[in-house]
Design a protein around this ligand. Sequence first.
Ligand SMILES: Cc1ncc(C[n+]2csc(CCOP(=O)(O)OP(=O)(O)O)c2C)c(N)n1
Ligand SMILES: [Mg+2]
Length: 402
Amino acid sequence: MPDSNFAERSEEQVSGAKVIAQALKTQDVEYIFGIVGIPVTEIAIAAQQLGIKYIGMRNEQAACYAASAIGYLTSRPGVCLVVSGPGLIHALGGMANANMNCWPLLVIGGSSERNQETMGAFQEFPQVDICAEELGNNVKPAVTLLGNIHAVTKQLLEELDKTPWQYPPESKWWKTLREKMKSNEAASKELASKKSLPMNYYTVFYHVQEQLPRDCFVVSEGANTMDIGRTVLQNYLPRHRLDAGTFGTMGVGLGFAIAAAVVAKDRSPGQWIICVEGDSAFGFSGMEVETICRYNLPIILLVVNNNGIYQGFDTDTWKEMLKFQDATAVVPPMCLLPNSHYEQVMTAFGGKGYFVQTPEELQKSLRQSLADTTKPSLINIMIEPQATRKAQDFHWLTRSNM
Ligand SMILES: Cc1ncc(C[n+]2csc(CCOP(=O)(O)OP(=O)(O)O)c2C)c(N)n1
Ligand SMILES: [Mg+2]
């Protein structure tokens, strides 16, 4: 297809996001509260382009309470925009409250891709019971086993003991895997060795990994923060790693860290919980820092701060942008306030807070935090707001409709 022709056609195409935004505008909706992510970011952007104000919040519960109060205050429904699955679940509190108050409220939740429905798509509601019909609903298996997982695994292990078998090390699959691991490692190493400031994710994780105690619990949530952290930060003991998991729920991290800390205190005193949070992820349950301080739990919180959800702006760009219009009209929905001093949430309750911008500051603050067993700490690590992960071969790892 010639280029000009293509351009004409794509101009004619109207995205679903624009249709939704236009429908809201037609209904005189003035305000949207929410938290963006795949696949609803485009709706917030399209709404802003039509003059609807978008207010990005830190937890869907608060976003939904805010949206419901708009309905009461203005007599036009407020809108709450959330991602599918965990975002919608967090909004339930606001929906129930609005319902009881008889306040008008419109909650728009994302959806997983239609062609992956019932196949365990990203953030699709999980099916709890595993029944025979579920087997092979996503990938066609060579063999299916239906049974109690403990019993079946035991039988498999017994059989393997009797006739030991290994996947042939010279097979094509193993070879490809080994080559890929090598090239991934090399690419990560190169990024980690970059000396430029602000730091990137790989430099941060390289220095964290260097000091990570072998027996610590690693807890993590975020998008880039968690995904890159998963590839670099090692844990050695079983059941010592907790993260946002398959549902990708933001807001679980501090709760998981607190649970790990109380278990560790009872069963294996002396173990640290290292909780690695994206700056957006931290905001979902940030006030639990008070709980951490109240019980004086052995937790070190690392907030990997890029001023946003996936990406953000630096302070200069932020200031420039605000010269033009009301922030609710111009601030991209994924941006958070630049240079936020999240470490002060920790110092507010008596823990230790560090604001770090260089590898040396990061190394030093980590050393001090690990040495001080009398207090929890929070290290707020500033990174390049536009830093990304290294290029991925599989598009579904970084899929976004933006
Ligand atoms: C409850 C919930 N709401 C919204 C989302 C959408 N979402 C996915 S990752 C993310 C935050 C990513 O930002 P951050 O934690 O700062 O990590 P970064 O990618 O910037 O390192 C959000 C809001 C989600 N997964 N769960
Ligand atoms: Mg972030």
